[in-house]
Design a protein around this ligand. Structure first.
Ligand code: NAD
Ligand code: LMR
Length: 339
């Protein structure tokens, strides 16, 4: 089964190169937070995905202009703009996939958890609307802190009695994208052929690159492996510092988000062997939510492919992540249930 798993993992980057393999589909996708730093370029990448026929853009501001602009691109998707809470329902009705990049980004010196006070309420309200108007849609959450916003969204779906753990995802694809890039650079490999799973959560020590399972296999001296793992964990902060107060990763996140949505759509369309890592309800570790490679299908998570074989170094990273991860998850659940 290790061979089967490797084959699954390998198929991921084939999908990634084209955002979506499927050329025929009828999907409606909504972007909530579509006018933002991530929302705009990600919407552009989704507009060129042939699997999407309806692209519904929602934000609290500026969606009319973004939608008018994007609608002139000569691709298949029909673009609609929805502005303000009164237009959220029409945006969500009939959606197959909802992707949520709404929320404030970090400034230098902040942790992702520092965004909780603002972003928790945004995700609570957007998730509650999804639970009412498109309860069967695949919900892809980009808004930070992902370790807490995924539990918040899940609790809101539970409150409406429509929770399906196989349909709510925290988008961690950027961590995989970064690992693949950094590893290919270090080893002089064709990046389109590199696939390194990243497990755990999406903040600091909870980001756990599993370099031992990289395709093709790569090995590093201990100190180099350590440095590479730390760089992957801190790559978001690298961008936050480079942008010096003007925001966090937007373009690379747009790329990663469009790849993830493309894979979810391929799964929905019955493509076989579609695998992505994402932060989901999980029984793989003692943390209630955890990211591992997932086989995607018509109903979202078809199969959790689990952690696979790990090195002692990776096992220690997971142990080190547990207290933070569990704390973030509990904080999200408590917030949702107190609201
Ligand atoms: P941004 O400030 O540029 O854009 C956010 C957008 O959300 C704005 O257009 C704003 O109007 C909108 N918004 C705010 N409240 C809203 C609401 N209630 N409903 C709908 N839209 C609303 O920020 P950004 O750079 O695009 O980042 C967005 C979020 O994504 C941040 O929380 C950031 O930390 C997170 N992020 C996550 C990852 C990841 O890997 N998961 C990567 C990068 C950024
Ligand atoms: C990232 O990994 O780039 C995002 O989570 C944004 C951030 O705050 O680092």
């Amino acid at each position: 089964s290790l061979v089967a798993r490797q084959r699954f993992l390998q198929s991921t980057f084939i999908v990634a190169r084209h955002f979506s393999k499927t050329s025929q589909s009828n999907a409606k996708v909504a972007v909530l937070g579509a006018s933002g730093g991530i929302g705009q370029p990600m919407s552009l990448l989704l507009k060129i995905n042939p699997a999407i026929t309806k692209l519904a853009l929602y934000d609290i501001a500026n969606t009319v202009g973004v939608a008018a602009d994007l609608s002139h691109c000569s691709t298949n998707a029909q673009v609609t703009g929805h502005e303000g809470a009164s237009q959220l329902r029409e945006c969500l009705e009939g959606c197959d996939v909802v992707v949520i990049p709404a929320g404030v980004p970090r400034k230098p010196g902040m942790t992702r958890d520092d965004l909780f006070n603002t972003n928790a309420g945004i995700v609570r309200d957007l998730a509650d609307a999804c639970a009412q108007y498109c309860p069967k849609a695949m919900i892809c959450i980009i808004c930070n802190p992902v370790n807490s916003t995924v539990p918040i969204a899940s609790e809101m779906f539970k409150k409406r009695g429509v929770y399906d753990p196989n349909r709510i995802f925290g988008v961690t694809t950027l961590d995989i994208v970064r690992s693949n890039t950094f590893i290919s650079q270090a080893k002089g490999l064709d990046v389109s052929q590199v696939n390194c799973p990243v497990v755990g959560g999406h903040s600091g020590v909870t980001i756990i690159p599993v370099i031992s399972q990289c395709t093709p296999p790569v090995s590093f001296p201990v100190d180099e492996r350590q440095k590479l793992s730390v760089r992957i964990q801190n790559a978001g902060t690298e961008v936050v510092e480079a942008k010096a107060g003007t925001g966090s990763a937007t373009l690379s996140m747009a790329y990663a988000g469009a790849r993830f949505v493309g894979s979810v759509l391929d799964g929905l369309n019955g493509e076989e062997g579609i695998v992505e890592c994402a932060f989901v309800r999980s029984d793989e570790t003692e943390a209630k939510y955890f990211s591992t490679p997932l086989l995607l299908g018509k109903n979202g998570v078809e199969k959790n492919l689990g952690l696979g074989k790990l090195t002692d170094f990776e096992v220690d990273l997971i142990k080190g992540a547990m207290p933070e991860l569990k704390k973030n998850i509990q904080k999200g659940e408590e917030f949702a249930n107190a609201s």
